[in-house]
Design a protein around this ligand. Structure first.
Ligand code: SF4
Ligand code: ZN
Length: 424
């Protein structure tokens, strides 16, 4: 393997060869996010005059702050704010650059990055810490990689890291979430029918060599971080890069989501490992999963529907498995009919499992996920079926997790899945 080491002023190595490295509890020195603290990341365009190139600022305590003396593990909230400026920079590029934070941080020997947006999760090893690695070095790496990999659009870049809880929470509410929402709203105006091009994303082939995400307006990448607009922008930014267009053409089956063009492109992009993908099905040639899915959907046969479990949910689900157990079955770039990795945003999509009857198949989700996607889900189900407040019919762990009790709840609610055609 050719290891490309980028010269960056940090006390550890930075190279794509370190990408797959996991940081386990016993080797971990510090942790940010991962359900324990808040951790968000944002890339935002700014005026050239407002960005001081290579300025790296930490506001708040670092990993070696006296307050952690004697602690087993250092845990801090973290906000990573990357401001970029350039004559050719466009607003649509922000989220593309933001997704690369995941990759760039994983290039650090001794760092692990999982997730994106405000559910990011970073761990730093004891070894990296002992070599002198501190928070500002995350800024150094992001700065260097943003400048190197996106030099066509990024002329200046500055990184600010926030670790005071007050700042992290305030900025999340005032700046970060509104920007995520704006991005999502722009996308909501688009449908799969309204465009003539879908895109591939093959960024995760470094982990899962046969995995290809097919990104459409109504089905974002399973990591939740790559929308159709992002893929389109990626193609513009990096014409030979991970997002390539698929000229849709006529559908073989528009309801199930089968296109000859999609099959051919996926076959080529997966080096023949995957020959057919049905975009809106969990049973018939479902899309492969790499490992970064925000959620996993799995069939609960006795309820004639599906349960969805998000990464943050630690307990066992009504299909008898935790997220981790489901993930080990679903990941790796292979097709696993009956299980499907997907982004949170896909839960409000009218294309969700439309081959199997759509959104009304959802019978169980963790409470937090219900709260997060409820509004969109209710709106989509109402528009499609006339059913109001569908999310209230969906069971969650505060109501029941055990199969019989879940069924009893669904019956009491008159959940539509019970009256649908048998799912299998
Ligand atoms: Fe791209 Fe899919 Fe990986 Fe997201 S999960 S980065 S969309 S390949
Ligand atoms: Zn992935």
């Amino acid at each position: 393997i050719k290891i490309k080491v980028t010269k960056i002023d940090v006390p550890v190595s930075v190279a794509s060869a370190f990408e797959g490295e996991r940081v386990r509890k016993d080797t971990m020195f510090a942790e940010f996010g991962g359900n324990k603290t808040k951790c968000w990341e944002l890339v935002k365009e700014a005026d050239l005059a407002d960005v001081e190139d290579h300025k790296i600022t930490l506001i708040g305590p670092d990993m070696d702050d006296a307050m952690f003396a004697g602690a087993d593990v250092v845990r801090l909230p973290l906000g990573i704010f990357v401001e970029v400026a350039g004559k050719a920079m466009q607003k649509d590029f922000e989220s593309v650059l933001e997704r690369r934070i995941h990759y760039f941080t994983n290039y650090i020997d001794g760092a692990m990055h999982v997730g994106q947006r405000n559910i990011a999760w970073i761990r730093i090893t004891k070894e990296a810490y002992e070599k002198g690695f501190r928070l500002k070095h995350i800024g150094e790496v992001l700065y260097a990689k943003m400048r190197a990999d996106f030099n066509n659009v990024v002329d200046k870049c500055q990184v600010t890291l926030y670790t005071n809880l007050e700042d992290v929470e305030r900025l999340e509410t005032e700046m970060v979430k509104p920007i995520y929402n704006q991005r999502d709203e722009r996308l909501d105006a688009l449908t799969d029918e309204s465009v003539d091009t879908f895109y591939t994303c093959t960024l995760c082939q470094s982990f899962a060599p046969s995995h290809v995400c097919v990104v459409t307006p109504e089905r974002l990448g399973l990591c939740g971080a790559v929308s159709w607009l992002d893929s389109k922008a990626t193609k513009e930014l990096d014409p030979a890069g991970p997002s390539q267009p698929i000229l849709k053409g006529e559908a073989i089956d528009a309801c199930a989501g089968i296109w000859q063009s999609v099959n051919e492109t996926v076959a080529a992009a997966s080096q023949g490992a995957v020959e057919k993908v049905t975009l809106y099905s969990i049973l018939e040639d479902p899309m492969t999963s790499c490992g970064c899915f925000e959620c996993i959907c799995g069939i609960m046969p006795e309820a004639n529907g599906v349960v969805i479990v998000n990464r943050e949910f630690g307990a066992i689900s009504p299909v008898g498995m935790t997220f981790g157990e489901l993930a080990s079955m679903t990941g790796g770039g292979v097709q696993t009919p009956g299980f499907m990795g997907h982004g949170r945003h896909f839960i409000g999509s009218k294309k969700f499992m439309s081959a199997e009857g759509g959104l009304t198949r959802i019978v169980w989700m963790p409470k937090e996920l219900k709260d997060d996607v409820g509004e969109r889900l209710n709106k989509a189900v109402f528009e499609m079926t006339g059913i109001e407040n569908f999310v209230d019919m969906v069971c969650d762990e505060t109501i029941a997790t055990e199969s019989e009790a879940v069924l009893a709840y669904l019956e009491a609610q008159g959940h539509p899945a019970l009256a649908m055609d048998p799912i299998m």
